[in-house]
Design a protein around this ligand. Structure first.
Ligand code: HEC
Length: 236
């Protein structure tokens, strides 16, 4: 029997280690990180509200259609309401099949720096989730040794520390329907989680399939070991 337990124990330890590898660095716990992480839909919904209220006035998210919001747990009616509240360039309300409205901000507005499309920003920056959270909470007064270029703001997370994006979040830009206090760290964490979702919307399904596959293989190993022991019991 001991020989059956050893592999089970090994797999159990592996699971434990993977669970421990979950993020512990950030002030807020990122539920989507780690091998078995999944998006916290309430957080992603709050993040969408921050995105829509604040970020969408400068940034596009061309990979997202309004209909994609249903995957976040919004009801079809809510999504239809969100879409129809957006007025497209020709004045007509957006529909479910429209791409998120682009703000059409020119680079000239920010001294040549163009606000990048945010759909995939989380995967296109190293440590995306931490970086975006760090960026949004990293505005500070420039130290005396630093001379800021015109139209640049001091940011501890941005490479080179001088960013053309004015501080977008200070807290209380939105009122959350679920009663969560809209502090700066909360808004920054929620919108970072939303951007993680937009860059990798299938993470939940992927992790679920992975977990099932591991459990299946574990089950198969137990059967294989038991069968082997039964077959060889009397021959040795
Ligand atoms: C007033 C316009 C404006 C708003 C509002 C705004 N941004 Fe930006 N953002 C910019 C500009 C301009 C840049 C390019 C900065 C640069 O290249 O120096 C930028 C860059 C970024 C970057 C990329 C940084 C990098 O590593 O290149 C991220 C991420 C980002 N913004 C996230 C956000 C989020 C999230 C929000 C909403 C909470 C937001 N922005 C709101 C103007 C804005």
């Amino acid at each position: 029997m001991r020989r059956i337990f050893a592999p089970i124990l090994a797999v159990g330890l592996l699971f434990g280690a993977a669970a421990q590898a979950e993020d512990t660095l950030s002030p807020l716990h990122w539920q989507s990180q780690g091998s078995f992480g999944s998006y916290d839909k309430a957080a992603v919904q709050r993040g969408f509200l921050v995105y829509q209220t604040v970020c969408a006035s400068c940034h596009s998210a061309n990979a997202l259609h309004y209909r994609d919001l249903e995957a976040l747990g919004f009801t079809p009616d809510q999504v239809a309401g969100i879409a129809s509240s957006v007025k497209l360039a020709d004045g007509s309300p957006a529909t479910l099949n429209d791409v998120f409205k682009a703000p059409g901000v020119g680079a000239a507005a920010f001294g040549g720096a163009l606000p990048p499309d945010l759909s995939n920003i989380e995967t296109s920056r190293p440590h995306g989730l931490h970086y975006i959270y760090g960026l949004l909470t990293g505005y500070a007064a420039a130290p005396a040794s630093v001379t800021l270029l015109p139209g640049r703001f001091y940011n501890t997370a941005y490479p080179g520390n001088q960013i053309a994006m004015p501080q977008p979040l200070k807290g209380n830009e939105v009122t959350y329907a679920d009663g969560t206090a809209a502090t700066l760290p909360q808004e920054a964490a929620d919108v970072s989680e939303f951007l993680a979702w937009s860059a990798d919307p299938n993470l939940n399904a992927r992790h679920e399939v992975g977990l099932r596959a591991v459990l299946f293989l574990l089950f198969l190993s137990i059967i294989a070991i038991a069968t082997k022991r039964k077959i060889w019991r009397e021959t040795v």
